[in-house]
Design a protein around this ligand. Structure first.
Ligand code: COI
Length: 354
């Protein structure tokens, strides 16, 4: 891919507080931009990070025809930066684009754009364990048009943010609550693709949960309001007895790359895994029988996020005494071990960015 490069006059890195910034608050020096016009992707550019000249009439601002991704680059012991499973993120991006009637670019263009940002801003890939450069590719409908139809023009961009822990608690167990009033997604909708509407639909419920002292909402299915779907913006796993269980991908759940990695690792370790529906009542029953061992979320941002407590209606469940469990810890250590190049990459998940 031919990329026109316009460099930032000076780096902002020395002045940026990398270690203490909250997730996604600081951005690197450059951004990638490419346009879809006349039926094709063109005009790839690497530019200084900055504001976009945008007409207020672009259709993304009105009808939300937008898709995004989130993946990370990690500093390896030899100093190089490597991406975790970029192919898998591209596949999900292309799938999300098709659902939003957006023409996806090719794999090489998507991964090439991400790598171009990582290469240009290599100095922004943090050294510290637990920290990484979070890449945010996204595409939005950029045609100036207020009719309700798929746009004929799109803008694709990649921005980058050095990040530490997603939750301010770090890898500490979080408290979650179900929501009696809201749902996240229904079959045939958008729940299994990465588009802003899903996140917008979750915000009020998350705000209300936070006001009541919970980190996030544990989403139940839209029909019976019974089966676990996601934990905040993460996939959810439970350990009941000796089995690692996660809800199946049946159209309402985002197919997480970390979710896939957790299942692959657990299977390789000989752990019994199941992708099946889990009722919230089953969690309480398992607790009563002493079989509920762990609950945790998985996602790119937080990797593994243990759940210490779940409130449902006026009942509350404590998981593993409110502490991180051995499975969550083992998975966190294994995934981050591979990401930082400390453990053998037996699945071929890492790809050098340079
Ligand atoms: C993740 O990476 O786990 C997420 O989906 C959260 C992200 C949207 C910040």
């Amino acid at each position: 891919m031919n990329i026109t490069v316009i460099k930032a006059p000076a780096s902002r890195r020395a002045q940026s507080n990398l270690e203490n910034a909250a997730f996604g608050e600081v951005f690197s020096d450059h951004m990638f931009q490419m346009e879809y016009r006349n039926g094709g992707w063109e005009a790839a550019k690497l530019l200084p990070f900055g504001p976009l000249p945008l007409l207020p009439s672009v259709s993304a601002l009105h009808y939300g025809q937008i898709v995004f991704e989130g993946l990370k680059a990690f500093r390896q012991h030899d100093g190089a930066a490597a991406l975790f499973r970029p192919e898998k993120f591209y596949e999900r991006f292309a799938r999300s684009c098709r659902r939003l009637a957006i023409p996806p670019m090719g794999r090489e263009q998507f991964i090439g754009a991400v790598k171009a940002v990582v290469r240009e801003d290599a100095g922004w890939v943090p050294q510290k364990r637990g920290h990484s450069l979070y890449l945010r590719p996204f595409v939005f409908a950029s045609e100036s048009f207020l009719g309700v139809r798929a746009s004929r023009e799109y803008t694709f961009m990649v921005i980058a943010s050095p990040v530490g822990s997603y939750y301010k608690e770090g890898v500490k167990p979080v408290r979650l609550t179900t929501s009696a009033n809201y749902i996240r997604a229904a079959k045939g909708g958008l729940g299994d693709v990465k588009t802003p509407a899903n996140y917008a639909a979750s915000l009020l419920a998350a705000e209300e949960a936070r006001e009541q002292g919970f980190a996030q909402v544990i989403w139940l299915d839209a029909i019976e309001h019974r089966y676990l779907e996601e934990a905040g913006a993460m996939n959810i796993f439970c350990v009941i007895g000796d089995e690692l269980i996660t809800p199946p991908l049946e159209g309402t759940i985002l197919p997480g790359v970390t979710r896939d990695s957790v299942l692959a690792l657990a299977k390789a370790w000989g752990i019994k895994t199941a992708e099946r529906r889990i009722g919230i009542d089953e969690l309480f029953d398992a607790r009563d029988k002493g079989a509920l061992r762990e609950v945790f979320g998985s996602g790119t941002a937080a990797v593994i996020s243990p759940v210490g407590e779940i409130r449902h209606g006026d009942t509350t469940l404590t998981v593993n005494g409110g502490a991180i469990g051995p499975m969550a810890q083992r998975l966190y250590d294994a995934i981050t071990g591979i990401q930082y190049g400390k453990a053998a990459d037996t699945f071929g998940w890492m790809e050098k960015a340079g």
